[in-house]
Design a protein around this ligand. Structure first.
Ligand SMILES: [Zn+2]
Length: 74
């Protein structure tokens, strides 16, 4: 898994993947997907954090914070 940020002239390693749904006017920001998907776009951390959506759209950040995986188990 070695993918780069989709933003032009960025070139940093991708750390997140986002998908969007025009019908729902929603964008979902997820941890980097295992596999590339034609409807998904990869972003580095900086661009993921800076991601904005058009007016009237909803941005759902599902990344859950750095290193949170499994933290709820305790
Ligand atoms: Zn980037």
């Amino acid at each position: 898994m070695n993918r780069a940020c989709a933003r032009p002239a960025c070139g940093h390693a991708a750390a997140a993947t986002f998908v969007y749904d025009y019908q729902a006017r929603t964008t979902w920001l997820d941890p980097l997907a295992r596999e590339r998907h034609p409807m998904a776009y990869d972003l580095c951390v900086a661009h993921a954090d800076a991601l904005t959506v058009p007016q009237g759209w909803r941005l759902v950040d599902r990344r859950g914070g750095a290193g949170l995986g499994g933290a709820l188990a305790s």
